[in-house]
Design a protein around this ligand. Structure first.
Ligand code: FES
Length: 120
């Protein structure tokens, strides 16, 4: 199986990268929740071989978007069926009106990383 992500780029020395998961652990066309210490849960998506990272919690309520359906590049919230564009985090269908936070998706040798803002 080819788990290379077209958005692949090598980790850059000046950034602190956070390991999220193996890319092969994200089934194509679906999402996985990743929990990190001292950060809200993230959702990692794999769509048409590309990887995307967003907050996992819906901006409308306390739903886990990694448990939502994925259709045409949108994630549909399992609670009230609002939706977001996975690539941009923009809300598409109501009741979602607040943008979903997105993060860099950096793949290197089959592992997905992101760079989160550092807290002082
Ligand atoms: S909690 Fe997601 S649409 Fe309401």
């Amino acid at each position: 199986m080819n788990n290379a992500c077209p958005r692949t780029e090598a980790p850059v020395q000046s950034r602190t990268l956070i390991r999220l998961c193996k890319i092969e652990d994200i089934p194509e066309g679906s999402a996985l929740q990743v929990t990190l210490p001292e950060h809200a849960p993230l959702a990692v998506f794999r769509i048409a071989g590309e990887c995307f990272v967003t907050d996992d919690t819906c901006t409308h309520g306390n739903a886990s978007l990694s448990e939502g359906d994925i259709e045409d590049g949108l994630v549909i919230c399992p609670f009230h069926s609002g939706s977001f564009d996975i690539r941009t985090g923009e809300p598409v269908d109501r009741p979602c009106t607040k943008k979903l936070q997105t993060y860099e998706a950096i793949a290197d040798e089959g592992v997905l990383y992101t760079a989160l803002p550092m807290h002082e």
